[in-house]
Design a protein around this ligand. Structure first.
Ligand code: ADP
Ligand code: ADP
Length: 220
């Protein structure tokens, strides 16, 4: 996946992203870190096809981003997990496959719910969960279509520190062996180092890439 001259100026005139050129290798996890408001979420929304670039483009093998998302090949878990309130955790996770027109896979759905630590909450509706639990449900939902591209925007923002550490340990094995290309926006440098193969440090707004660091650590 490659961003070519990708730039964004919002209609009000806020320049969020300078033209950037960057390639994300297949199967790699890249963390995006940088000051609040610098344009990290903008970059992710552009890659997701949720926002139109002012210039440049995102090149993904095959379909453009919006088409990839419809097929479940591109999935997002954002800060504010927009779970459907009338469905249980299980219903929300299973729906992702239905919307992508993938066959039902109850075993995968239960596995994912367990892996994000929501065993026992599969029948619970979002309103009865804590913020952190809702975020974990959103991560399970994002993984349900076995996406090739996974976009995570502060996915652990409301998750307590212990659960966060547990997720950082348990989640990457879910996407790494499948060659999923993952972009992770995070405020936490330890989290970036633990979860990713590469860290991009962005400048204050309008964002440009200030540093591009390979993470040499061998993860457990
Ligand atoms: P980050 O994720 O790094 O905190 P964002 O990408 O959310 O930064 O925002 C970058 C800049 O763009 C900020 O100044 C923000 O206020 C502005 N911005 C974000 N979304 C919009 C929008 N929909 N309309 C106008 N300005 C926006
Ligand atoms: P928070 O968002 O408050 O940090 P977490 O997602 O970290 O919460 O959850 C911490 C733990 O608290 C959960 O794993 C769960 O055991 C318990 N918990 C939180 N909310 C509920 C709830 N509504 N019902 C039952 N247990 C809950």
């Amino acid at each position: 996946m490659t961003c070519v001259g990708l730039a964004k100026t919002y209609p009000g005139g806020v320049q969020a992203l300078r033209p950037i050129d960057v390639t994300f290798a297949e199967g790699q996890t890249t963390a995006l870190v940088g000051p609040s408001g610098c344009g990290k979420s903008t970059l992710l929304r552009l890659v997701a096809g949720l926002e139109q670039p002012s210039a440049g483009e995102v090149r993904i093998a095959g379909l453009p981003p919006a088409g990839q998302a419809r097929q479940g090949a591109l999935a997002v878990a954002f800060q504010d997990p927009s779970l459907l309130p009338w469905l249980s955790v299980r219903g929300n996770v299973a729906l992702a496959r239905k919307l992508a027109r993938q066959p039902a896979d109850p075993v995968l759905v239960e596995d994912l719910i367990g892996l994000v630590g929501l065993d026992g909450f599969a029948d619970t509706r979002p309103a009865a969960l804590s913020g952190g639990m809702r975020q974990r449900a959103a991560i399970a939902r994002a993984l349900a279509t076995r996406p090739r591209i996974l976009l995570l925007d502060e996915p652990f923002g409301a998750v307590d520190e212990l659960t966060r550490q547990q997720l950082a340990r348990d989640l990457p094995p879910l996407w790494q062996p499948r060659g999923t290309t993952t972009l992770l926006v995070t405020h936490s440098v330890p989290e970036a180092v633990m979860l990713s193969d590469r860290v991009l440090v962005l400048s204050p707004r309008p964002a440009r890439i200030m540093a591009d660091i390979a993470v040499p650590l061998q993860r457990p």
